[in-house]
Design a protein around this ligand. Sequence first.
Ligand code: HEC
Ligand code: HEC
Ligand code: HEC
Ligand code: HEC
Ligand code: HEC
Ligand code: HEC
Length: 342
Amino acid sequence: VTAQVLAWESHPEFAVKRDTRSFSDLDHIVRVLADADAATNRWRDKARIRFNHKVHLVPEGIPVPPGHPEFHEGRTLKKLACQDCHVPDAAGEAMQPVRFDAHCAPCHRLEFSFAQAPGGPLPHGDPALAKAVLRQRLTDYVLAHPEVLHEQTAEPSILPTVPPKAPAELQQKAADADAARWKWVESQLKELCGRIQEPSPLLVDPSAGQSPTAPGRRIQTGCAYCHQIRESDAGNWSVLTPNIPQRWMPMARFSHRSHAMVACQKCHYDSGQGQEPLVPDRSSDTADLMMPGIQVCRECHTVSGRNSHPGSAASRCVDCHRYHGRSHDRIRSWTGIQGENE
Ligand code: HEC
Ligand code: HEC
Ligand code: HEC
Ligand code: HEC
Ligand code: HEC
Ligand code: HEC
C-alpha cells in the first residue's frame, strides 16, 4: 500500500491477508515471511519445517510414547492445547518461538535403537554434534567389546598361544588394533548417520494392538521426519534452517495479554475464500496461514482516533504502531528469518 493511511476506518487490510495479485511491491516485508500462491491468490507460510496442527489437536488426544512423563501402561492419550506450544513472551506480546526441546522432544525423542551406540537421546541441533556423540559412543563400545572386530574381519577370536613378542612387534600390534577400531567406528558411524537422517514414522500405534512398551517398539524419528535435509555426502548432512517467523505482523505492535479474553480461533482463522474455512485444529499443512484479518479487530476497535471512546478499544495509530523511523532491515530482523528460503 503506497497510499497514505489517514484513518482507522480506511485502514488497509493487513498485508498477510491481502490478495497477492494486488502486490506490485517486490520489496514488501511480507515477502520475507510468505510465498504468493497463484492458485488461491493467498499467502503461504514458507517455514521449512513439517508440522501438522490437525494431527496434534485431535479432540480425543494424541498418543504419548513410553518414557513420556504422562505415559502409563496401555494406551495413553494426551490432549494438547494451543498453550502447550505457544506461550506469550514476558511482556505478554508476541508468542515465544516454539522449541524442539520443550515442545516436541517429550514425544519425539531423538532416540535410535542402535545396539552398538547406547546412551539415550541424541542432542538436537547441529548434525556435527549428533555425529560426534555417536562417534564417542561407538568408540566406547568397541573398547568394551573388542570381539566385534573379529566378527567383522572373520578372524578366529581365540588365537593360538603365541611366543612372547619383541617390543617393536608389540607396538606394531597396538597400532594395528587402533587402526582396526578406527575403521570399525567410521564404518558403523556412516551407516548409523544414514539411518538418523531417514524419516521414520513414530512406532507408537495403539490401534495396531501392539503394546508400545514391547521390545523393538521404540520411537525412531529421523531428522527428515520434520526437516528438509541437505546432504553433501553419505553421513554428512545438514538441515535447512526452519525459519519459522517470530513475528507475522512486524510493522505493528500487538499484545496477546490484552486479548486473553478472546479465544485463539476467533483471530487465528481464515475464511478460506470459498473453500473450507481454516482454523488451526483443521490445518494439516505447515504452509497454511491463519493470521487475523482487519475485520476481526474492527469488532472491538471501532472508532478512529479515540483512546477511551466508550464501547471502542484503543484505535489511534500510536496504539498499534509505536515505532517510528524503522528501517526495513530493523523490521526484517524482528521476523527472525535468516537469509533467503530458496
Ligand atoms: C504441538 C505444538 C503445537 C500446538 C499444540 C499448537 N501449535 Fe501452532 N504452531 C506450532 C508450530 C511448530 C508452528 C510453526 C510451523 C507452522 O507454521 O505450522 C505453529 C504455528 C502457528 C501459527 C502461525 C502460523 C500460521 O499458521 O498462521 C499460529 C497462528 C498458530 N500456530 C496457532 C495455534 C493455535 C491457535 C493452536 C491451538 C488451537 C496451536 N497453534 C497449537 C506448534 C503448535
Ligand atoms: C504429546 C505428544 C506429541 C508432541 C508434544 C508432539 N508430537 Fe508430533 N506427533 C505425535 C504423534 C503420536 C504423531 C503421529 C500421529 C499420527 O500419525 O496419527 C505425531 C506426528 C507428527 C508429524 C507427522 C505428521 C503428519 O503429517 O503425518 C510431525 C512432522 C510431527 N509430529 C512434528 C512435531 C513437532 C515439530 C512437534 C513440536 C512442535 C511435535 N510434533 C510435538 C506426538 C507428539
Ligand atoms: C519432531 C520434529 C523434529 C525432529 C525429528 C528433528 N527436529 Fe530439528 N527442529 C525441529 C523444530 C520444531 C525446530 C525449530 C525450533 C527449535 O529451533 O528448537 C528445529 C530446529 C532445528 C535446527 C535449527 C536450530 C537453530 O538454532 O536454528 C537444526 C540445525 C535442527 N533442528 C537439526 C536437527 C537434526 C540434525 C535432527 C536429527 C538428528 C533434527 N533436527 C530432528 C523439529 C525437529
Ligand atoms: C485478538 C486477536 C488474537 C487473539 C485472540 C490471539 N492472537 Fe495470536 N496473533 C494475533 C496477531 C495480530 C498476531 C501478529 C502479532 C505480531 O506479529 O506481532 C498474532 C500472532 C500469533 C502467532 C505467531 C507469532 C507472532 O507473535 O507473530 C502465534 C503462534 C499466535 N498468535 C498464537 C496464538 C494463540 C495460541 C492464541 C490463543 C492463546 C492467540 N494467538 C490469540 C492476534 C490474536
Ligand atoms: C487496531 C490496531 C491498528 C490501528 C489503530 C492502526 N493500525 Fe496500521 N496496521 C495494524 C496492523 C496489525 C498492521 C499490519 C502490520 C504488518 O503487516 O506487519 C498495520 C499496517 C499498517 C501499514 C502498512 C500497510 C502495508 O502493508 O503496506 C500502515 C502504513 C499503517 N498500518 C498505518 C496506520 C495509520 C496511519 C494508522 C492511524 C490512522 C493506523 N495504521 C492504525 C494495526 C493498526
Ligand atoms: C473482543 C474484542 C477485541 C478484538 C476482537 C480485538 N481487540 Fe484489541 N483490544 C481490545 C481491548 C478490550 C483492549 C484493551 C483496552 C484498550 O486498550 O482499549 C485492546 C487493546 C489492543 C491494543 C493495545 C495493546 C495494549 O494493551 O497496549 C492493540 C495494539 C490491539 N488491541 C490490537 C488489536 C488487533 C490488531 C486486533 C485484530 C487482530 C484486535 N486488537 C482485536 C479488544 C479487542
